[in-house]
Unconditional design. Sequence first.
Length: 452
Amino acid sequence: MENNDVLSPKMFKSIQKLWIVFAIFVGIDFITNYFYPEQKNSTLAKVFDFLSSALHCLFFLWYFLINKHWKSLLIVLPLLIVSFFFMKEIQNTLDYYIPFETIIDSGTVRKYASLLVTLTTVFVLSKRYLVEENIIGKWAFGKIFLLNLGLFSLYNSDMGMVEQMISSGTFSSKTGEFIVTFIYYVLTSVRSTAFLGAFFFLINCISNRENIYHFSSKVLDFSNRYFGVSVLISISCLIFGFAYLIENAISLELDFLGKDLTIFGWLNNIAVIALFVICSRFIGQFLKERSLRKEKYYGVIGSSVWVPVINIISLLMIKFDDKIKFLSPTNFEKAKKIHLIIVSVIILFLYKNDIIDANKRLEGLLLSSIYIASFWIVAYIKKYNWFFSLVLAGIVTMIKVFPFYKGLYSTEFIFKDYVLDFVKHTFSIAMILTTIVFYGIYYIAFQTLRKK
């Protein structure tokens, strides 16, 4: 990364050296978790706990450390130590001295103590980024503060279903357990590193007063010059964001308007939604800019860059597109139809088990038909907006939720329960998250399937 005309020298260096953060995270995370002793009060356990907390501090200090901004580092470090080394002790102390029985309950004291420390840390971090990057502007501090708050929220979130599967799984051999656990911590390290890289990139966009909803040609051209780094950061953020949103959409399926979400749950969801939308728009615009400059048609290849494993092939084809005739058609309209037929076949293949199963056949046929139709629509519509994904999410939600209500109220038809609650569900958090997911997926498809 030498030809740099977009990132500031400090951000450039911070992103350029992210591989060091990744290597440190993989090593320490894996060792401290895989070899953690059963006796939590042992000396080894205390050493591992210290390394884990120090790793958290390193994550938020990386920019200041790699650029040797010692003053900012020393200002921020005490707050990070409080956040990651002594948070439990602070919560216990407040819990002990505040008469929560008569004023406030114990859980609320702990929750708000954590929130107060986090907000203070984020405030100071934001101020130091403004100073070090010389960021000015009316809303600059507010934007940097929200970015830091989002990064804190994302970093403190877990891997959800994947983490539960690893922790509760049984292995037939120690070798199998070792390999699976190592892969898991490689993924968590990729996730953390990608979040940090995206954070640095977005800070630089704010510093340059770039629009992070409609990226400029200068930013997109720069990203295409550094294809590997741009893809690793943006695709990783997109995939982890997608997994988080899908998992939460399922778990909150009957949670009307998020009544079961905590403050931290709301922060997490908002941070992931923002990152997912920004990354999906960046990837869509990034691939469109590349296709126009190189006169290529990515179609189904570009539309599948968010699909794990499959995207390895897709991204390699895009990287070496000059050598692949399939991406350089002479007739773009004909190529579009071929790509759409391939998408349709892939979707039918994904739903083949549901279509074959007599109990799931109707739902499988409906969903596969809707998804296929949606790809054909985005390939030909002139303008893409949120209305498309909202309608699609509404239809899919109705199909997925209808059997639940049908079985629940099959003994007696009650208009309020059977109809009004069913309609009310379409305004739930689950549908909002589903709308976000569809927006991101089909926005990328919209940019790669259509040809100006």
